[in-house]
Design a protein around this ligand. Structure first.
Ligand code: IVH
Length: 679
């Protein structure tokens, strides 16, 4: 070997060890030390050296994970130690029985220490290492004979190709779960949808499908991870005495172990761990279907032994299933509060995700086509956490001969107005606007909301009743209600009726921007409403503005301009505005921008407590002067006003070198513009 090659070999080893260290920090310790770009640079450097010196490539090099056709043989592999399964406990009582049985067998009253591990919803794998190198990986199969999936397993970045540390036993078998994190699953399904391919029903199926690939290069592109949960070595004397410590050892060798793992003393503690994990379930980045309790001491495990195919020392306490099969009995089209027409699946009631589900969203017609769902189909329904139940797959084999095709209605099922679908948008909408009762409730709720006309006491409950009894059809009708109308309603006493009528009456002179905002024009939020009010000064001139002129207003682009124009073009909206005026609503005029406001283009942040005015007042003044008021400080912030006990925003402003004013400085700035709390 020449001197030059010797150096290259060393360089390669150094790079590999650096890359392995970064992988370890990233996958095992969850504590990366370098940004991805630097990692990629090291990786490319190693790739370049190895391709110049192919003789120096070894199978444990991090570059050797990419995979190729035929890497994975799927040959039968007999497990030296059978891969058993776990008994399940479906409720608290079954878990208590498990703990009682253990006490009986061990003849002890002392609390047992258990290790509590999330039950990852993936696939069990067995990995064999010889002299620290990964030599074989197998699926569980029937527990006795699995399939050789070494080539596919090698592509998973959290599986070490070579074990770390000094004292690695000559032969090691590590078992664990291969799974696909939720985010990876979502993005894989998105890609598959874009490519017109079939999607996976859940992360578990996606993980299984990915491990079954004949071409490891495909597996390599799938976002799989592996978490270790057990270890075996021929000479058990070299392992620590507890399961917990064994897993720490496995971690030192370079495996990821689950960060949610904990120990519990006795069954009560286990029940707490169950509840705590269940509460966390929806927030975890991967799916779990329960919690596994394992007796911690290995000598006690040995004493307890096995029964048929499961250990006596472990149990899985299952969580409510998040998927179930049921029958689609029909599809209704619901008009949402913004006019969006959404197909809703009517299902034969089914218990899933801890509740009985009889409706599920189908999103839109594209989704119905993608799922190819017919009325009468047997479907998979999923409900994870608080997420709305979804239909995720049709079981085609079970489709009855008379299954019905789902067609989108052409008229709104509530008000019979045309349903329109803008090109390129997935959502179809009812064109009825305020005329459509389904949209009316939302329009009224929005009109009465705090940032709009702020009608206290007019909550959702009363709005539903008023609209359902047809006492209020448009927001203009609110002003015709008297206390006697309201007192006729159930649970509405004279006092509340009077208060509500007064609150409605008090809303009759809104600032112009609030009124514009209250109309509920699509995509016209608070800031746009303010900009429109400042630009046009009166509602009349806004109502007459064409799309071109509308786009002169700050923040108004062609889409918003189109929404504003079409809102005012609708006859029923014009009628409602006229009726509001007739019923005494008189919005104020706004001083029109005299072509330039002193703080135009600036972003201000208010923090801490101001003595002379509320933050909302300060915000209003700044906005009148043309500034945007934001809730967070960044490098783009023009100025921060820091009142009493300002905290992290002030610190951040100082660290970024953003200008900071105290309250008196702020007051003098305002005074210089002729503005202040009194204006
Ligand atoms: S221990 C003899 N621990 O659950 C002990 N299994 O129903 C066998 N699983 O096939 C397994 N997370 O795929 C164990 N922390 C965990 C687990 C876990 C998921 C799966 C595994 C196994 C199945 C048993």
């Amino acid at each position: 070997m020449s001197q030059g090659e010797h150096t290259v070999a060393e360089q390669i080893l150094r790079l590999r060890s650096q890359i392995d260290d970064h992988n370890y920090r990233y996958y095992v310790l969850d504590d990366p030390q370098i940004p991805d770009v630097d990692y990629d640079r090291l990786f490319r450097e190693l790739q370049a050296l190895e391709s110049e010196h192919p003789a120096l490539v070894t199978p444990d090099s991090p570059t050797q994970r990419v995979g190729a056709m035929g890497d994975t043989s799927f040959d039968a592999i007999t497990h030296r130690i059978p891969m058993l399964s776990l008994d399940n406990a479906f409720d608290e009582e079954e878990l208590r029985e498990f703990d009682r049985r253990i006490h009986d067998r061990l003849k002890t009253d002392q609390a047992i220490t258990y290790v509590c591990e999330p039950k990852l919803d993936g696939l069990a794998v067995s990995l064999h290492y010889e002299q620290g190198l990964l030599v074989r990986a197998a699926t569980r199969g029937d527990g006795y004979v699995g399939e050789d999936i070494t080539g596919n397993i090698r592509t998973i970045p959290s599986v070490p190709l070579k074990l770390r540390g000094e004292a690695v036993p000559e032969l090691v078998e590590v078992r664990g779960e291969v799974y696909m994190p939720k985010a990876g699953f979502e993005s894989l399904n998105r890609t598959l949808t874009e490519q017109g391919e079939k999607t996976f029903v859940n992360p578990r199926n996606a993980a299984a499908g990915s491990l079954r690939q004949k071409n490891s290069a495909v597996t390599a592109r799938r976002p799989l991870e592996m978490c270790a949960y057990s270890v075996a070595v021929p000479d058990e004397g070299v392992l620590p005495a507890t399961h917990w410590d064994c897993l720490q050892r496995v971690r030192d060798w370079g495996f990821r172990i689950n960060p949610e793992m904990r120990q519990a003393e006795g069954v009560e503690d286990c029940l707490q761990a169950y509840q705590a994990l269940l509460d966390k379930r929806a927030d975890l980045p991967y799916e779990i279907d329960g919690i596994v309790f394992k007796v911690n001491r290995l000598d006690l495990q040995a004493e307890l032994g096995f029964v048929s195919r499961a250990p006596r020392w472990a149990i899985a306490h299952k969580f409510p299933a998040e998927e179930a099969l049921t029958v689609l009995e029909g599809v209704d089209f619901q008009v949402g509060r913004t006019g969006a027409v959404t197909p809703v699946a009517r299902l034969k009631p089914v218990f899933v995700g801890g509740v009985t589900v009889s409706n599920a969203t189908l999103h839109n017609m594209d989704e119905i086509r993608r799922l190819d769902v017919h009325v009468g189909d047997t479907v998979f329904v999923r409900r994870a956490g608080d997420v709305i139940p979804q239909v995720v797959k049709v079981v085609l084999d079970k489709r009855p001969a008379n299954a019905g095709v789902v067609e989108r209605p052409t008229a709104c099922p509530v008000c019979q107005s045309d349903i329109v679908q803008i090109e390129g948008e997935a959502v179809a909408r009812c064109s009825g606007g305020l005329f459509c009762p389904a949209q009316r409730k939302e329009a009224i709720r929005h009109y009465a909301s705090r940032k709009a006309l702020d009608i206290e006491g007019l909550g959702e409950k009363w709005i539903d009743i008023l609209v359902e009894r047809e006492m209020v059809k448009t927001v203009a009708d609110l002003y015709t209600l008297d206390k006697f109308d309201l007192m006729g309603l159930e649970r509405m006493g004279e006092k509340s009726a009077t208060n509500l009528v007064n609150a409605i009456h008090d809303s009759k002179q809104p600032e112009l921007w609030r009124f514009i905002y209250a109309l509920g024009i699509r995509e016209v939020g608070e800031a746009t409403a303010k900009a429109l009010a400042r630009h046009y000064g009166t509602l009349e001139s806004l109502m007459q503005a064409d799309e071109e002129s509308l786009q002169e207003v700050a923040d108004v682009g062609p889409i918003v301009a189109g929404h504003v124009r079409s809102f005012f073009d609708q006859a029923h909206n014009q009628e409602t505005i006229a009726a509001l005026r007739e019923n005494g609503v008189a919005w104020q005029q706004e001083t029109v921008d005299a072509g330039g406001q002193p703080l135009e283009g600036q972003t201000w942040v208010l923090t801490g407590t101001l003595g002379e005015m509320t933050r909302d007042e300060a915000k209003a003044i700044l906005e009148r002067l043309g500034a945007k008021v934001s809730g967070s400080v960044s490098g783009k912030t023009s100025c921060v006003v820091a009142g009493e006990s300002a905290g992290s925003k002030l610190t951040k402003a100082q660290s970024l070198g953003v200008k900071v004013l105290d309250e008196s400085e702020f007051a003098s700035v305002l005074a210089s513009f002729g503005a202040g709390p009194a204006t």
